[in-house]
Design a protein around this ligand. Sequence first.
Ligand code: GLA
Length: 356
Amino acid sequence: MSTAQEAGREALVERFIEAFPDAAGHEDELVVTRAPGRVNLIGEHTDYNGGFVLPFAIDMDVRLVVRPRDGSGVRITRADTGESAAFELGPFPAPGSAWHDYIAGTAWALRQHDQPVGGFDGLLLSTLPIGSGLSSSAALEVVTAWALSAPRGPSVPPLEIARIAQFAENEHVGVMCGLMDQFASACGVAGHALLFDCRSTEWQAVPLPRDLSLVVIHSGVSHGHADNAYNDRRAACERVVAAAAAADPSVTLLLDIDMERLHACRGRISASDHDRAHHVITENERVLDAVEALRADDHASLGELMAESQASMRDLYDITCPEIDELVALTIEAPGVVGSRMTGGGFGGCTVSLVQ
Ligand code: GLA
């Protein structure tokens, strides 16, 4: 389990007792967990198509302290904003976009996965900016799944935690995301990116070259209202799968077809759907090429792959915005920058750059 570091733990326990004074003397009942945000180095919108991604966990995170209570009542306070919320655990909670809706949705998702979740008091502390594309919602879902599955049942493996958190996002929030964000938050390894095969769920940690640093810059554009556009992109990929499967029923995911077979579908799909699939197929190849380039510390190839990814997200998948394009253009002019691109679901958020 991802337990908050000891130094942080003491301060969090103290703040918990300030918020819930009846916990004094019951410190041993408190479960303290943390889940980090993530940045994806390359491999965008490949996850729900059964492809590869290369995310890494970052040092901004969400921390949650929980004390189980009898019954099904939940009381939560946010240490960073002072807000609080109370609700009852029950059948499907009404979806919403407030922070506590993600907690209610994840508690429901855990119960759907036979985890014996009961009432609790909770203290939440987040250093992740919301809507910045750093997966604050995935981190909130993962930290909730860690904290609520810990006290009453046997410990749940990290990949299963990620799946339950994704289930909450898909079925409760209604965003049909892949597994990348929740996976990176639950399985992150310090100093490494994670090469994740979203079809087999096998993964390996890839060390980042010592001479390179990662720089993440927020464009200032929140991606907050992009959920419909995200689901539209996924639907486009599914239409291409249906067209390819009509000729070959063994095709179940977009990454079952290559560029040649995509071209063969041309008459049966729209030009825009063709572009979307073109992005996904080539982006998937770029992930594997980037892993090779990282291992060889090959800066020129890394820079080219990031530039190709950026152009493909802009021109084929249509998920960048002028501010992001400008930020990337400015960044690659700066001395020491090896490569730069938008990271995450798109329509704003952050860029990621490799810098010497
Ligand atoms: C969002 C989703 C992920 C992934 C990325 C794009 O972050 O939550 O599952 O699809 O967009 O790569």
